[in-house]
Design a protein around this ligand. Structure first.
Ligand code: 9MR
Length: 408
């Protein structure tokens, strides 16, 4: 499999030239919004559009023009297959629907343990269903820098390469978080200067590795307590609130094109925590710290959605940031009943509709698409069934809720 190297960008220098024109290697990027590299492909491959942001050199050749001796067909052309206004069929993927409604993506979290499940992969690899993926665990600090200065990339690369192969956008998750943090960081008793440099090294090494590929990074994850006070983790205790700008600045320098996000839960509706996040956005903007987006995770309970989702999304976008629903799932107390599944369908619809209604809400990511790999049952005893696909990879009513939420 094509492996990203830290000096991925340097690969550009190795792109061959044919007749004075740069050509891209097999599987390399050859187009898309913001792409400034080669747009021609090496012989035996053809530049194929995956989405507006990504075209890729895939094996094959351009469809040959018919030989001149073949008379033009006289058969009437098929009727135009305009789908304008037509309801989506059950074959229409959620990402395709999201795009048709002006959003950038519909996506899913995934991770390495799932990648050997062929039936699962058949759904995940469908880029009409998922136009974006997020690694659930493999880009976190414990996975990428388990000991100081020693980086390990196999898990993260597997997800990045999958996104590339499938033509899916990638969300990076995450640079700085109190959890899944190796003890060399959390218990290192570093002074402010040393911890600053540790954050800078970690964020810039991580973000650089996937430079040019990541649509958005959750640079800082979950900085607040539910009452809106700062979480007193090693970063805050050592650096105060400065750790946020230290991380954002390091990420910006490492990949100027990636959108930089702060991501949290219980900020989806109006709340003390949501207000704290809005105040943080204001102060970072005022101080010219790079910040492009706020991720609202969306770990909800059936029948207990916060009120005022749409207005709250607008309250963020009014501050000059985009927003995204980054980790949507809606759990229930088991066993699932028809009534609970129906309510879950409504709840998925409500959340997606709130994003759909707000121009600056760029997309929705579900926190894995199937109950088979959901984090919920291990964390909340007696709860589960939070995803739109069930344990057996069959769609639940929630799927239709998502379709309806996009107004399709
Ligand atoms: O999905 C992740 C799960 O596999 C891990 O065990 C868990 C450990 O903290 O993290 C889960 O993902 C979390 C995400 O990184 C941040 N927001 C909350 C998610 C669910 O816990």
């Amino acid at each position: 499999m094509f492996k990203l190297s830290p000096s991925f960008v340097a690969l550009a220098a190795l792109v061959p030239f044919v007749a004075g024109q740069a050509v891209q290697q097999e599987w390399g990027q050859c187009g898309g919004i913001g792409w400034t590299g080669a747009t021609a492909c090496v012989s035996g491959t053809v530049c194929s559009k995956m989405n507006d942001y990504y075209s890729q050199c895939i094996p094959g050749s351009a469809t040959a023009a018919p030989p001149a001796s073949v008379p033009p067909t006289t058969a009437a052309p098929p009727p135009p297959t305009s789908t304008a206004g037509a309801p989506p069929s059950s074959a229409t993927g959620l990402h395709t629907i999201a795009k048709s409604k002006g959003k950038l993506y519909f996506g899913s979290a995934t991770d390495n343990p799932e990648l050997t499940d062929a039936a699962y992969m058949a759904i995940l690899n469908d880029n009409t269903m998922f136009g974006q993926i997020t690694p659930g665990n493999s880009m976190k600090w414990d996975a990428t820098e388990p000991s100081r200065g020693s980086f390990s990339w196999s898990g993260a690369d597997a997800i990045a390469n999958l996104a590339k192969k499938n033509g899916q956008l990638l969300r990076g998750h995450n640079c700085v978080w109190y959890s899944q943090l190796p003890s060399w960081v959390s218990s290192g008793n570093f002074n402010a200067a040393t911890l600053t440099s540790i954050i800078q090294t970690h964020c810039s090494t991580l973000v650089s590795r996937y430079k040019g590929q990541v649509y958005s990074w959750d640079v800082v994850n979950e900085p607040f307590n539910d009452d809106g006070t700062w979480r007193t983790d090693v970063f805050f205790n050592t650096l105060g609130t400065d750790y946020v700008s230290i991380a954002l600045q390091a990420a910006r320098a490492a990949d100027p094109a990636a959108k930089l996000y702060i991501n949290d839960y219980n900020i989806e509706g109006p709340s003390a925590k949501s207000t704290a996040m809005q105040n943080l956005v204001k102060s970072l903007k005022q101080a010219n710290v790079p910040l492009d987006g706020i991720g609202l995770q969306g770990h909800f309970i059936v029948g207990e959605l916060p009120q005022g989702l749409e207005d709250n999304l607008r309250a963020f976008t009014a501050l000059g940031v985009e927003v995204a629903i980054t980790e949507l799932d809606i759990r229930m107390t088991l066993p699932a009943t028809a009534a609970l599944l129906a309510q879950q369908q409504k709840d998925y619809q409500t959340v997606v509709a709130a994003c759909q209604a707000v121009e600056g809400c760029v997309g929705v990511t579900i926190w894995d698409f199937t109950d088979k790999y959901s984090w919920v049952p291990q964390t909340f005893s007696g709860q589960g069934e939070a995803c739109p696909w069930d344990q057996n990879l069959q769609r639940k009513p929630a799927f239709q809720g998502i379709v309806a939420g996009f107004g399709a």
